[in-house]
Design a protein around this ligand. Structure first.
Ligand code: PHE
Length: 345
């Protein structure tokens, strides 16, 4: 009788030794059968009472060795199965499957327009000049023939530096025109892209920071018709070949004569719409012949040389072109807004 119980345990031991689980599923089943809370060894413990006293110790040791064997087996099988699973996963890699799409960024609409303007002028020989945003009074105002009492100097419009009131944030990139004329002999043909600042109340139509591209052409015999032709070329390149330009007399301290630049409305093409406010024209910037006084301020002989200058606001053009109705969108960098310019590159 007792021998029978010993034999049963030995059968289980042999079974354990001969079982080789080969998957995670089989391993779990092995664990439940031999080591789980209802394992098959448990009922055998109950039969210990049928074992004669002198063999009880032997029986206990045998049952324990079965448990140890099951534990040992489980350990060795577990790591093998994990390795096999990894290998299987590697084999299931489908190298022909299409890759995860990488989302590409977008250029900011202001950069798109700025690049387009720079590229358009560089095709007709204009170089690009950039300079500091913190300027002095001379380069931003005085050299540009802006009298001391000119409204553009009003503290309302200009940000002066607190710790150094001689310095200000440039209100236009005309300051770079001055620096270029001071450092270069004519002929000069350059454009000046950059960020400018004005102390404006922020609203849908105005911001305290924006971007400009200004341009300058100084040589002998530069005339107003050269200016007109250059503006016309630019307008057709950027807004389409059917675009017409209109120059309206205006005033800037640094140009004489001066004009505002209008282009025919590229949205309605002359029928009238709310972009051009039913006038069929939209204003994009200012221009004029460089005042001789400005040339002299920069050490250029105004008897020998003449020149023209122009300037435009990049945000304004971007807003017109992309029908953006609030300038603040251009400074918030909300990706939902920016993602709309993916195809505009
Ligand atoms: N500097 C002027 C502005 O910021 C623009 C301009 C440039 C006008 C050159 C005429 C000539 O408003």
């Amino acid at each position: 009788m007792a021998q029978e119980i010993f034999d049963k345990v030995k059968v289980i031991l042999a079974e354990i030794e001969n079982t080789n689980p080969s998957s995670a599923e089989e391993t779990e089943q092995f664990r439940i059968k031999y080591l789980g809370s209802k394992n098959i060894l448990k009922p055998l413990f109950g039969e210990i009472r049928n074992v004669p006293n002198e063999r009880k110790k032997e029986f206990g040791q045998l049952v324990n060795s079965v448990k140890e064997a099951a534990e040992k087996k489980l350990e060795s099988v577990k790591s093998k199965v994990a390795e096999a699973d990894e290998a299987a996963e590697a084999n299931s890699l489908d190298l022909t499957a299409p890759g995860e799409p990488l989302s590409v960024g977008t250029r900011h609409p202001v950069s798109i327009i700025m690049n387009k303007i720079v590229e358009t002028f560089s095709r007709i020989g204009f170089t690009v000049a950039q300079d500091r945003e913190i300027e002095d009074d001379w380069h931003n105002f005085t050299a540009l023939n802006t009298p001391a009492d000119h409204p553009a100097r009003d503290m309302q419009d200009t940000y002066y530096l607190l710790h150094d009131t001689e310095k200000l944030l440039r209100t236009h990139t005309s300051s770079v025109q001055i620096r270029t004329m001071e450092n270069q002999k004519p002929p000069i043909r350059a454009i000046f892209p950059g960020r400018v600042y004005r102390n404006e109340t922020i609203s849908a139509r105005a911001h305290c920071q924006f971007h400009q591209v200004e341009g300058l052409y100084i040589d002998e015999n530069v005339s107003f018709s050269d200016l007109k032709q250059t503006i016309e070329y630019f307008a057709k390149e950027v807004f389409g070949h059917q675009t017409k330009i209109r120059l309206r007399p205006s005033y800037f301290p640094f140009t004489e004569p001066s004009a505002e630049v209008d282009i025919s409305c590229f949205i309605c093409g002359g029928d009238g719409c709310n972009v051009c406010k039913y006038t069929t024209w939209v204003e994009i910037g200012g221009c004029g012949m460089v005042d001789p006084k400005v040339l002299e301020n920069c050490g250029i002989d105004s008897q020998k040389y003449t020149g023209f200058a122009f300037g435009m606001g990049v945000e304004r053009i971007a807003m017109l072109k992309y029908r953006i109705n609030d300038i603040r969108l251009l400074f918030e960098n909300d990706v939902r807004f920016l993602n709309q310019f993916k195809s505009a590159l």
